[in-house]
Structure formats: structure tokens, C-alpha cells
Design a protein around this ligand. Structure first.
Ligand code: IVH
Length: 706
């Protein structure tokens, strides 16, 4: 800034253009810091730019911009919003891509519900709006607050912004005392185009698509900005309620409409998967003329009593699915294939592409999955892409659906360079100096070197601090690399001990680093301290155990409740026999996952590292089922024989929801045996062991009303 002219010498034109530049630079820096967790400038420079902006504004008050950085003191979008905890989590949807997936989905539901495969089951079909979800809470007919989805459990309080959206009623009459309406905030193509013209005129960066524009417009600390943007809202679901809205999805949506909400006109009820698919095709044809973006259809079971019986998986309801529209396509050149080392040691090939725009987003990388995929085979050895392999120098067709990672759909053999060679995975690893091996039956090459790979460690640390894991404020991917390279953070435990290791000079040490100041260093230490108390499921997820995603981590946490119980069970699992591990009887956990969950506990070095980490933490147990009201909480239940009123899968899910542990075999540990029709040896064994045995009626009577 030294060479910038003194403010006192500035012309009006100079001032105007510098204010524009400063607004942009400060907004970018803010975003990099608070949203992307990767500061682009250091704190001191940030403060200097802000000061200069204020000085210019002081001299030329009439040039002060609407989006002036001075009005955004402490305007840190992510921090600026209060958090709202959703009383019922805001879930996502599982996906179907083809008609067959939809048929399978409907067949699965019927099986779960014990309905005949050929019977009709009423479903609803409606567009999947490509916007952002919002939960709006009304109490006694008054809008009290509105929250974004956030991580599904906690969202941002955007009440002031929601109040500016014309489509969202501020008061309701005839609504339940408590009503949380959920739906999608979106922007039409026309409003998006107009907004981008205005953005450019104001020297602001245009938005890349209507969804981003809607999100950026809603998540504004200054609600006046939200007001100036044309946001719309479709209501399609609900959360907390003091009384049911209606007995079915379709009637509930009609009720929301009657209460004054906009609901989508392409909503339809269907009785068979054929009807769902034909409505999908009709909407797909109409899609280009809708004037707003949709990325598929959502199908839901209409009867809310059936929805309740179907219940939820970790992050998605069993009773709904999103049927996505086919992805967008574009051709480009494959410049190279790199090998990426994942945090679990998987060596994944990544395509480096000549950047190309696919569906409004610039794509320069695409996943290549594994060696067979590159060679044109799937995991079963069947040919894919007509058996065409992928080679460096090829022209490849890229597709992406929604937020899904771009993939390669096709290869143009006519444009293949004459001298191209088939990709040799082993050779590539050799060139890169990466030691790897591919076990028989495994599609993936895995790192097999003795030394821990820096990349591997960095990846696992990044995962550890990621949003669904420890989510440490001020410690994002970029900071992890910085600290790793200095040798300050090499293990999970190092994060917890960072402050203590520096002693009293800690602040100065960190603030001397590029991109850091005292303020941000202090924030980092505070951020780490704030996460010393952590929920069990987050801790399990953070460990980066192969196959254990967020959903599985929650299942494990719910099953074992405390860290002590979890680690004890993993330690005492029979080595090499994952089937004996107590994890496999959790619905949704298979033998493969069980094996990898047990591994870190049975490897002495990894277990020691885990213990060191946990010593610095206070692990919050998973919320327990109210044992007082559930007679089966904590009990081990075995189902045998044929159940007539429900299926085995439903009975098991229900029992687990009530806090029971469902096991497949009768032993001295069994508390209750539920014997359906034709129960045989298990019933006899239970009788011999003196275990309480109930028939299906008895079981239903026991859990009735819960
Ligand atoms: S129902 C329990 N209906 O899609 C799930 N979601 O991938 C309740 N979305 O987060 C969601 N249009 O933001 C539902 N008609 C629609 C939707 C819709 C868009 C979004 C929603 C959700 C995401 C799930």
C-alpha cells in the first residue's frame, strides 16, 4: 500500500475505483477466511485495507458503497449468524439414477412393509428443486425463526432474511400451534440473469448458477441485501409439529398450500413405479421451460403411517428417494493421470483434464476409480464404456450430476493419438516412487510402504478436522498443511497438545507464520479448546476408519453409547474373525466394515495413539433411549420364525429404535426370544435356557404405544 496515493490527493474517480477494488478484495478475503477456512491474506493486511477503505469513505461520504466493508464490521458470514439446533434433523435423500433403481426402491419398500409385490402403494412425485433448504418455524401462527440446513443438525439463524421473502407467510391462521415448514429457497433463471448483470455493473463477481445465487442471497448478514434479491420458496415438508398436519403426504402438502405456502404444481400422486417414471419423463420434457432449476424428482410414500413404519437410516429416510435427471455432458482432452493417496492408503487415479464447462461448472479433474475402470472393466470384470480403455491424450466425455464428482462417460477412439499407450498402473506407481500393492479380489491398489506417507498423514489430519468431524474453527486444510510441514502437527494428538507444547510464547510463535496474526492464533487455540469435548459419533468418524462414514459412525455411537464401551468391545473382538465382533449385528454394518473398525484397536501402535488422543478429550456419550419408557431398552432380543404382522427387517429396526440389541442367535445373553410361526431350534434352545419367549402378539403388546 506504500505506493498508493495519499487519500488527501485523490480524485473522485480514483476514489470510486479504489473503493470498488477494496470492497471486492475485502469480501474475497472474508470469504477465504470464514467460508473456505483458508485465509488469503494475513490479518495485518486485512486491517490495513479496511482502514484505507474507511479513510476514503470519510473523505468522500457520497461514494460509500451499499456493500461497504465498513458496514460489515465483524461481518463474518459464517460466524455472524446464530446457530439453531434442528429439533428434528434435516436429512438428505438417497439417489436413484435409472428406472430400475426406482423399481427396486418400490419393491424394497413393499418387502419391508410385508406388502405383496404386485400390490399398489400410493407414492407422491414432485420436482427436486435445485436451491437450498430452509426450515421456518411458526408458533401460534407467528413466524418465530428460520434456519438453513447447515450440517443437518444445526443450521444458521436466517430469520431476518426469511422475513424478506415474499413467498414465506409471516403469519398463519388455522395452523397447528407449533409448525415447522420445510422447503427450498430458489431463484428463477430470469432473476438470476438480472442479478448477475447488476453484480457486474457493481464490479462484483457474478454467481455461477441460480443455486449459488440463492444461497449467497439468503446467507447475508444484512437482510436488506436479501430483500433486494428475488428469492422464492416452495414448501414440501415439515419438521417439528404440535399435531399432525394430515394423514398423508399429499394432504399435508395441500394443507400447506391452503395455509398460504407455494407448493409445486408438478406434484402428483402415483400408485405404481410405472406411473412415477412416466411423470418423471413428463417433467423432464417440461424442465427447460420451468424457468427455475430442478435436478430430478423426489418420490415419497404417501401414507404417513407407512412412512413412520419405514423410518430412517443414518442420514436418509427409507420412505423417500431422489430420482436424478441424467448428468450434463462435455468433451475434453485427458492431459494426464495422477495417483492420489487417500487417507486410508487407497491409491486412486485422478484424471487431469483440459478445463471444460459442464453444466455451468468448470471441471478440470475427474475420478477414475481404479485400475479396472481405466481399463474398461467394472468390479465384476464386465466391460464398461463398450470396453474402451482410457489413455492419456484421449478425448473423453465428462459427465456430472448435481454435486456428484465428475466422471468419464465415454472415449472418442477416432481421436486417439496414434502413439498412445494403455495406462500401466504399476508402472505409474514406480515412476512416482509410491509403493503399492493390489490384493487378489480387491479393485484398489493400496499403499504398502513401511514409512508413513506424508500425504497420507496430511489427508487423515484434514479429515480429522473436517466439518463433520472435529470441525475446528481456524484449522482447515490449508493450516493443517502448514503445520504439518513445520512438524508442529503430525498426529491427532498433536492438535490437542499444540498450545501446551509452545508454552507461554505460543501466540507469538504461531502469529509469526505467514497468514497468521495474534488474533487468528488466539482464535485457533480457542477453537481447539472448544472441541475438547466432542460427541462420540464425531470422534469415531474423525478417526478415518476405512468404510466408516458419517452414517456408520452414528450407528456405532448409538450402539455403544460411550467411548469406553466402544473401545472395550473392539479390543475384545476375536482377532481375525470380524464376524464375531459385536459390530456386525448392527443393521447397516457388514463384515467388511466390522473388520476395518476392529483393526485400529488391535494394532498396538494405533491403539496407543488412540488412547493418547482420547486422554485429551471429553467424549460426550450418544444420547440414550429413555430407558424408563422402553421395556426393551438395553435388552438383547432374538427374532425367529415367520412374523405375520411385520417383516423381520421392520421388527429389528423398531426394536433397535427402542434401545434393544437385536441378535441372530440365542445364547445365555439373550433376554427375549420372539418366536413367530414355525419357530424351531432357537425356541427350543431358549426354553432350555429359561429365556423369556414371546409370540408375535406378545411382542407387539409389549412395545405397543411406544
Ligand atoms: S424432501 C427427508 N422434497 O433435496 C428429506 N427435498 O437431497 C426431506 N429438495 O435437503 C427432503 N426439492 O434441500 C424434498 N421436493 C423436495 C425437494 C427436496 C429439493 C432438497 C432438499 C434436501 C435435498 C435432499
Amino acid at each position: 500500500m506504500a505506493q498508493d496515493p495519499p487519500v488527501s490527493d485523490m480524485s473522485e474517480d480514483q476514489a470510486r475505483s479504489e473503493l470498488q477494488r477494496l470492497a471486492l478484495a475485502l469480501a474475497q478475503a472474508n470469504r477465504a477466511y470464514h467460508h473456505d477456512d483458508s485465509p488469503s491474506i494475513d490479518d495485518a493486511t486485512f486491517d490495513r485495507l479496511k482502514l484505507r477503505n474507511a479513510q476514503i469513505e470519510q473523505r468522500f461520504p457520497h461514494l460509500k458503497r451499499k456493500d461497504s466493508p465498513s458496514d460489515q464490521i465483524g461481518a463474518k458470514p459464517k460466524e455472524g449468524f446464530c446457530k439453531i439446533r434442528h429439533r428434528q434433523p434435516m436429512l438428505s435423500l438417497s439417489n436413484a439414477f435409472e428406472a430400475k433403481d426406482v423399481e427396486d426402491f418400490v419393491a424394497r419398500l413393499k418387502k419391508f412393509l410385508n406388502l405383496k409385490p404386485q400390490s399398489d402403494m400410493r407414492m407422491t412425485a414432485e420436482p427436486k428443486i435445485d436451491g437450498l433448504s430452509l426450515a421456518v418455524r411458526y408458533e401460534k401462527g407467528q413466524l418465530v425463526h428460520a434456519a438453513t440446513r447447515g450440517d443437518g443438525e444445526t443450521g444458521e439463524d436466517v430469520t431476518a432474511n426469511a422475513l424478506t421473502i415474499a413467498d414465506i407467510p409471516k403469519t398463519l391462521s388455522g395452523a397447528p400451534d407449533i409448525l415447522e415448514v420445510r422447503g427450498e429457497v430458489y431463484m428463477t433463471h430470469a432473476d438470476f440473469a438480472a442479478l448477475n448483470v447488476a453484480q457486474e455493473q457493481a464490479g462484483q463477481k457474478p454467481f455461477s448458477n441460480p443455486r449459488n445465487a440463492a444461497a449467497g442471497s439468503l446467507r447475508q448478514l444484512d437482510a436488506q441485501i436479501t430483500k433486494s434479491r428475488q428469492l422464492l420458496f416452495f414448501a414440501y415438508a415439515w419438521g417439528d409439529l404440535s399435531e399432525p398436519l394430515a394423514p398423508s403426504q399429499s394432504k399435508a402438502v395441500a394443507r400447506l398450500r391452503a395455509l398460504g405456502f407455494s407448493t409445486n404444481s408438478l406434484f402428483k400422486t402415483c400408485d405404481t413405479s410405472e406411473e412415477l417414471i412416466s411423470h418423471y419423463r413428463a417433467v423432464e420434457m417440461a424442465r427447460a421451460d420451468l424457468g427455475y432449476d430442478i435436478d430430478g424428482m423426489v418420490y415419497k410414500v404417501d401414507d404417513l403411517a407407512l412412512q413412520a413404519r419405514l423410518g430412517f437410516r443414518a442420514t436418509t429416510p427409507r420412505w423417500a428417494i431422489a430420482h436424478k435427471f441424467p448428468a450434463e455432458l462435455a468433451w475434453t482432452e485427458l492431459l494426464g493421470i495422477d495417483i492420489q493417496v487417500g487417507r486410508t492408503g487407497a491409491l486412486s487415479p485422478v484424471a487431469r483434464l483440459n478445463p471444460v464447462t459442464v453444466g455451468g461448472v468448470v471441471v478440470s479433474n475427474a475420478t477414475l476409480h481404479n485400475e479396472d475402470y481405466i481399463a474398461g472393466r467394472d468390479s465384476k470384470g464386465q466391460s464398461i464404456r463398450g470396453g474402451k480403455d482410457i489413455r492419456v491424450g484421449d478425448w473423453v466425455q465428462i459427465y456430472r450430476a448435481g454435486d456428484v464428482i465428475p466422471k468419464i462417460a465415454d472415449v472418442d477412439l477416432a481421436r486417439r493419438p496414434a502413439d498412445s499407450r494403455a495406462f500401466d498402473f504399476a508402472e505409474k506407481l514406480k515412476q512416482e516412487g509410491i509403493q503399492g500393492q493390489r490384493a487378489p479380489g480387491d479393485a484398489i491398489w493400496r499403499y504398502s510402504g513401511a514409512e508413513p506417507l506424508a500425504d497420507l498423514a496430511i489427508e487423515s489430519l484434514k479429515h480429522f478436522v473436517s466439518r463433520q468431524a472435529f470441525d475446528i474453527e481456524g484449522l482447515g486444510a490449508k493450516q493443517i498443511e502448514q503445520f504439518y510441514n513445520r512438524g508442529w502437527i503430525r498426529t491427532f494428538e498433536d492438535i490437542c497438545t499444540l498450545k501446551a507444547r509452545f508454552g507461554p510464547g505460543q501466540l507469538q510463535q504461531v502469529s509469526k507464520l505467514e497468514g497468521w496474526g495474534e488474533k487468528s492464533a488466539q482464535k485457533l487455540f480457542d477453537g481447539i479448546d472448544a472441541k475438547r469435548s466432542i460427541e462420540l459419533h464425531r470422534l469415531i468418524f474423525a478417526l478415518g476408519i476405512r468404510h466408516v462414514g458419517e452414517g456408520a459412525a452414528k450407528l456405532l455411537a448409538n450402539r455403544f453409547v460411550t467411548w469406553e464401551a466402544f473401545s472395550e468391545a473392539m479390543l475384545s473382538a476375536v482377532p481375525g474373525s470380524p464376524a464375531a465382533a459385536p459390530v456386525v449385528d448392527i443393521d447397516g454394518v457388514g463384515a467388511v466394515m466390522a473388520q476395518s473398525v476392529v483393526e485400529p484397536f488391535q494394532d498396538p501402535a494405533r491403539f496407543a495413539a488412540l488412547q493418547c488422543l482420547v486422554a485429551h478429550l471429553q467424549v460426550i456419550p450418544a444420547p440414550q433411549i429413555d430407558t424408563a419408557s422402553s421395556p426393551v431398552a438395553g435388552k438383547t432380543v432374538v427374532f425367529t420364525g415367520t412374523l405375520l404382522k411385520t417383516t423381520r427387517a421392520e421388527a429389528k429396526t423398531r426394536a433397535e429404535m427402542l434401545g434393544a440389541k437385536v441378535s441372530g442367535s440365542v445364547s445365555a445373553k439373550t433376554d427375549i426370544l420372539v418366536a413367530g410361526d414355525g419357530a424351531g431350534s432357537k425356541a427350543k434352545k431358549a426354553a432350555d435356557l429359561g429365556i423369556e419367549t414371546l409370540d408375535e402378539e406378545g411382542w407387539i403388546a409389549l412395545i405397543e404405544g411406544l
